[in-house]
Structure formats: C-alpha cells, structure tokens
Design a protein around this ligand. Structure first.
Ligand SMILES: CC(C)(COP(=O)(O)OP(=O)(O)OC[C@H]1O[C@@H](n2cnc3c(N)ncnc32)[C@H](O)[C@@H]1OP(=O)(O)O)[C@@H](O)C(=O)NCCC(=O)NCCS
Length: 114
C-alpha cells in the first residue's frame, strides 16, 4: 500500500511442506521500477524461510523480461522439468507442475533457501 492505494501484490502457495511457489507478483504500472517488486519478493523469501520452506519456484512467460529480471535480482535461476525430477522424481514433479499451472511458453525459476 502507498498513500492508501494498493501498489503491488504477491500471491503465494506452499506446494508441499518444504516447497514454496510464487503464484503471481505484480506492481501497478505507475509504481514500477522503484523497488516495490523487490520488496515484495524479499518479504516472500522471509515468509517462506520462517515457514521452513527449503526451495521456492516461480514461473514466468519466456519473454517477460521485467519479471525474470526481478526474480534474477533475488537469486532465482532457470530450471527445467528434468532437473526438478532428479530431486523430486517425475511423478511428484508432474504433480507440482500441475499445481503451479506451468504452461508451454513459460519458464520455471528456482531458488534454494539456505
Ligand atoms: C515484474 C514486476 C512485478 C516488477 O516489479 P517492479 O516493482 O517494477 O520491480 P523492481 O523495481 O523491484 O525491480 C526489481 C529488479 O528487476 C529489474 N527490472 C524491473 N523491471 C525491469 C524492466 N522492465 N526491464 C529490466 N529490468 C527490470 C530491476 O532493475 C531490478 O533489478 P536490480 O535489483 O538488479 O536493479 C512488474 O514489472 C509487473 O507488475 N509486471 C506485470 C505483472 C507480471 O508480469 N508479473 C509476473 C508474473 S508472475
């Protein structure tokens, strides 16, 4: 909120106990590029860390440069179905992809919480 107006929001999901997901993050057009998205994402990571989450995923459209830049600035990097499967198994990964609603044309981003 800023001066009583909503300027940004973040929607989160916990997929399983140790896996968090940033379902949606957005900042009002007039308030972008002022660090608000970063504040929301920093707060998200604190929240997940306090909830004993060990890794956080986010999906962004392949050509959504602002969004990928925001996640990259918080240490998220691209991952893939096969990479996630190595850790979680393909069935579990498929279920997580369904819950995350990852669709073709989107890339999956991941950051571990230490
Ligand atoms: C993605 C979005 C939330 C970013 O919010 P924001 O408040 O403008 O982001 P910030 O000002 O906190 O910037 C965070 C980082 O991303 C970078 N960034 C933000 N917008 C950028 C742009 N248009 N181009 C390049 N880099 C950009 C900033 O430079 C900053 O990096 P730094 O910390 O290394 O300097 C905003 O652009 C948005 O609401 N987009 C539409 C909704 C959307 O697509 N959401 C993603 C779906 S999950």
């Amino acid at each position: 909120m800023s001066s009583g107006k909503v300027v940004g929001l973040v929607m989160l999901k916990t997929l399983v106990e140790s896996v968090g997901y940033v379902y949606y993050i957005a900042v009002a057009k007039a308030s972008r590029m002022r660090g608000i998205g970063k504040l929301l994402l920093e707060d998200t990571m604190r929240y997940f860390k306090a909830s004993s989450v060990e890794e956080v995923f986010a999906s962004v459209e392949e050509d959504n440069e602002p969004s990928e830049a925001l996640f990259a600035s918080e240490g998220f990097t691209r991952t893939s179905f096969s990479e996630v499967s190595k850790k979680h198994g393909s069935l579990h990964t498929l279920n997580m992809y369904r819950e995350m609603l990852v669709v073709p044309g989107e890339v999956l981003l991941r950051r571990a919480i230490t």
